[in-house]
Design a binder for this molecule. Structure first.
Ligand SMILES: O=P(O)(O)O[C@@H]1C[C@H](O)[C@@H](CO)O1
Ligand SMILES: Nc1nc2[nH]cnc2c(=O)[nH]1
Length: 285
């Protein structure tokens, strides 16, 4: 096989993990930059640092601890990635999604992807949360789709339809969760654009992404969503808007990762409440 992990490698990582943890999760959660606090509420937790799982890639970004956390959250057996992988860390795109393939091999059928993102839609505010309705795979559009390379049908089909990537039922449930929790004023829905990073956008790039129809922008999530759908998983995505992209040279400010993490901290409790309630209201087979 060219690009991508082999089916055997993914199975072997999953077998290693299954031999070391008792939990058998059906739901996986990927914690975005600064959003790992969710893991603190996991009951009966079993924790595996990525560095202790043979051939598993490790996280190198501040705000991403690099641990798999297994346990019970809101009565559901879950596995959380406390720290994700990004291609700007030097990984080929396919490698950043090995954990998603491993989750499927562990029995996960539904995945919640969270991220910290810049707001492109001028109606958004810092601290809003955007339910991802659709995405723009900018790397994919330029030939770097995560599914590039030989395809193993045991994972999924060669050609993948992506019109329904983000599960409509989970999106509807999440909208109700915002209402029930009295957080509707923070709720947004829209299109997430993935860029490679690690540079934040120039003013001209932000304008381009806005013209493309993007509402938020970040450096992750899309490849994970595609790989999850490739394997038939249900996908839900949520962006925390941690900064607003500059659309004018007059108001140009300098986004920093520290700022991103600080907003993550500030909104941690609301985000946690939403994800926990969504978990509670989600039925899994
Ligand atoms: O892992 P996510 O997508 O939440 O992280 C975002 C994108 C960059 O990794 C980082 C920039 O501050 O936050
Ligand atoms: N590309 C990008 N990623 C982010 N992650 C958090 N904020 C941002 C942002 O403004 N731009």
């Amino acid at each position: 096989m060219g690009d991508g992990p082999s089916f055997e490698e993914v199975s072997s990582i999953a077998q290693n993990i299954l031999g070391r943890v008792k939990h058998r999760p059906k739901i996986g959660i990927v914690c975005g930059s600064g959003l790992g606090g969710l893991a603190d509420d996991v009951q009966d937790a079993e924790i595996l640092p990525y560095s202790e799982i043979p051939t598993f890639p490790v996280s190198t970004v501040p705000g991403h601890m690099g641990k798999l956390v297994f346990g019970i959250l809101e009565g559901k057996t879950v596995v959380l990635m406390r720290g994700r992988l990004h291609c700007y860390e030097g990984y080929p795109m396919w490698k950043t999604t090995i954990p998603i393939r491993v989750m499927k091999a562990l029995g996960v059928t539904t995945i919640f992807l969270t991220n910290a993102a810049g707001g492109i839609n001028p109606d958004f505010n810092v601290g809003d949360m955007m339910i991802i309705r659709d995405h723009i795979d900018l790397p994919g559009l330029t030939g770097e789709c995560v599914l590039r390379g030989a395809n193993d049908e045991r994972f999924g089909p060669r050609f993948l339809a992506t019109v329904d990537t983000y599960d409509p039922e989970l999106r509807a449930t999440c909208k109700k969760v915002f209402q029930d929790l009295g957080l509707s004023q923070l709720m947004r829905e829209g299109t997430y654009v993935m860029i490679g990073g690690p540079t934040f956008e120039t003013v001209a790039e932000s304008r381009l992404l806005k013209a493309f129809g993007g509402d938020s922008v970040g450096m992750s999530t899309v490849a994970e969503a595609i790989v999850a759908r490739h394997m038939g998983m249900r996908v839900f995505g949520l962006s925390l808007i941690t900064d607003m992209c500059c659309l004018s040279y007059d108001t140009a400010n300098h986004t920093t990762h520290e700022e991103v993490l600080a907003i993550g901290q500030k909104r941690a409790e609301d985000l946690k409440a939403i994800v926990m309630r969504l978990l509670k209201d989600t039925t899994v087979e």
